[in-house]
Design a protein. Structure first.
Length: 133
């Protein structure tokens, strides 16, 4: 199936109340039908800052567990763009003194998000932790 999604592409979602946070995912594989993809979270690269914002770019490398996302075209935005939608790992960092049981509980933490394709030259302005996180 011909699809607009390619392995290695990075997608982003933003969220937050009274602040802006970004999460990035990188496509690792595409299903034969092209309706779903397997992704990993992508790290944030800090490229600068303003008084209240960190300027980010996504890493092209994935980390952590692999998860499935749905590929959506024109379902409700009608803009001709491709989106990824689904639940993705939300917390991926543990404290050193956590028990295995605590780590297992937190590793199940997910968020539901809709991700837009990142362009190679795009930067993202995320609220600095001193201003609302």
């Amino acid at each position: 199936m011909d699809t607009k999604v390619k392995v290695g592409q990075v997608f982003n979602t933003s969220w937050g109340y009274d602040q802006t946070n970004y999460d990035f995912v990188v496509v690792k594989s595409i299903s034969p039908s092209g309706k779903t993809v397997l992704c990993q979270k992508a790290a944030k690269i800090y490229v600068g800052h303003t008084t209240s914002q960190d300027i980010l770019k996504p890493s092209l490398e994935g980390f952590g567990s692999v998860f499935r996302m749905r590929v959506e075209y024109n379902n409700w935005r009608e803009d001709g763009k491709v989106y990824l939608r689904g639940s993705y790992p939300y917390l991926s960092r543990f404290e050193d003194d956590w028990t295995d049981e605590q780590k297992a509980d937190w590793s199940k933490s997910t968020r539901l998000g809709t991700f837009s394709l990142c362009e190679e030259t795009d930067t993202y302005h995320q609220t600095n932790p001193m201003f609302g996180h």
